[in-house]
Design a protein around this ligand. Structure first.
Ligand SMILES: *[C@@H]1O[C@H](CO)[C@@H](O)[C@H](O)[C@H]1NC(C)=O
Ligand SMILES: *[C@@H]1O[C@H](CO)[C@@H](O)[C@H](O)[C@H]1NC(C)=O
Ligand SMILES: *[C@@H]1O[C@H](CO)[C@@H](O)[C@H](O)[C@H]1NC(C)=O
Ligand SMILES: *[C@@H]1O[C@H](CO)[C@@H](O)[C@H](O)[C@H]1NC(C)=O
Length: 375
């Protein structure tokens, strides 16, 4: 009887609750001068590899879609071709996200190299010229995501990615990761003894990216630089005052360049040290709040301590599929967003589903009432 009453009472409540969850218009695509500025009043929507929940990751299509869906920043990984052209690609090998195996002309390029202390076998980007890379087409990494765009889009360069952000009708930031710098500097040589870090910063400077966090220049062309390699970030901090985010792997992880443990690089002493050259950290969400058998455990003190050191926290990666959403969230990405934004107090979230995070934020902390669709 009690349970029947409960059901009868909660049904209308559920209905009210669910009908309140409306969809929202994506930001205007009209070109206005000046451009609509970057929002800074709520946690950043960081489009992880573009809207790669929909399109193959790090392609122009994925980035354009995420801008349309409300990204504050588009995120990418920067690697280099054999001839020193900086490109957007996550893995050092091409196997999982391109059609390389269908290219018989490259069949003899398969190699094994040591990458961050382990042997990796595949078709390495550093063994292909930019001209050769242009003949490949991207494919979706995950078999459970839409495959219809496989073979349709090329790999893009760092410069093309920057142009996509600069060409947006509102201010959209960039969030490039300098990827595997030890490996790249070992395999790719630039003229005049330049290092990967030099070419990376030169590219940003050529396109006008400069200024410390929230400075006037920065707000015009916002950019966060991210890296898992602490010495690369220190090196970059000598070349540009753009804000830097130090990425942190799981608790069993060691830094690729300084061989420090997770405990060492998340200590109070280390936070004091990185504060001098970074504005924040980017930890995996499961290292901040561990899960056992798919159930959340009490949060670690990482966020509280980072905030106590004035460091922002941008956790990765928010994905809508059930295998990434712990049971505590009842298979609902909105409940997960609510937990991380309102209970854990995050400053930015890396998500594969820009549109979902945008919808959640417009629902709970709208930027402009005008953007709400009439029900
Ligand atoms: C990688 O393979 C080489 C050649 O087989 C071997 O000598 C080396 O120890 C391996 N490195 C690692 C980290 O397994
Ligand atoms: C720039 O944006 C315009 C209008 O949205 C679009 O037609 C054009 O293709 C874009 N160019 C680049 C380089 O992204
Ligand atoms: C940063 O620049 C200073 C002064 O030019 C130099 O002494 C120092 O070695 C540089 N540090 C790094 C990590 O490049
Ligand atoms: C990193 O440090 C551990 C512990 O001191 C050591 O066993 C390991 O060999 C080191 N790895 C590298 C690549 O230096």
């Amino acid at each position: 009887m009690t349970s029947l009453c409960t059901i009868l009472f909660t049904l209308p409540l559920l209905f009210v609750c669910c009908s309140a969850r409306r969809t929202y218009l994506f930001p205007s695509i009209e070109h206005k001068t000046p451009k609509q500025p970057l929002q800074t009043s709520r946690p950043y929507n960081l489009a992880h590899r573009g809207s790669n929940g929909e399109f193959p990751e790090e392609t122009a299509a994925a980035y354009l879609r995420s801008i349309k869906e409300g990204a504050d920043f588009i995120e990418t990984d920067i690697l280099s071709s054999k001839d020193g052209v900086l490109i957007c690609h996550h893995d050092v090998i091409l196997d999982a996200t391109t059609d390389i195996v269908e290219h018989q002309e490259f069949a003899d390029r398969k190699r094994t190299y040591e990458v961050q202390g382990r042997n990796v076998t595949g078709f390495f980007i550093v063994d292909f010229t930019w001209k050769e890379l242009q003949t490949l087409r991207a494919k979706q990494r995950f078999s459970f995501r839409d495959q219809q765009y496989n073979g349709k889009f090329p790999i893009i360069t760092f410069e093309e990615y920057i142009s996509i952000a600069l060409n947006a009708s509102r201010v959209v930031g960039i969030y490039p990761e300098i990827k595997d710098p030890i490996f790249i500097n070992k395999h790719v040589k630039w003229p005049n003894g330049k290092k990967f870090e030099d070419v990376f910063v030169d590219t940003l400077k050529n396109y006008g990216y400069s200024g410390s966090y929230l400075s006037k220049d920065w707000l015009k062309q916002p950019c966060f630089i991210q890296s898992f390699a602490p010495s690369s970030l220190v090196c970059l901090s000598n070349k540009t005052d753009l804000p830097k985010i130090f990425l942190i792997g799981d608790t069993a992880w060691r830094t690729e360049d300084t061989n420090q443990t997770y405990l060492e690089v998340t200590s109070d002493a280390y936070f004091d040290y990185i504060k001098k050259y970074a504005v924040g950290i980017g930890p995996g969400k499961d290292t901040v709040v561990p899960a056992v058998n798919n159930h959340l455990q009490p949060p670690s003190d990482l966020v509280a301590r980072a905030h106590a050191h004035d460091l922002q926290v941008h956790p990765y990666t928010f994905r809508n599929e059930y295998q990434y959403i712990h049971f505590d969230f009842h298979q609902d990405p909105y409940i997960e967003f609510d937990f991380w934004i309102n209970k854990m107090g995050k400053d930015g979230l890396f998500t594969d589903f820009t549109g979902s995070l945008h919808d959640f934020q417009e629902w709970t902390s709208p930027l402009s009432p005008g953007m709400v669709k009439k029900p």
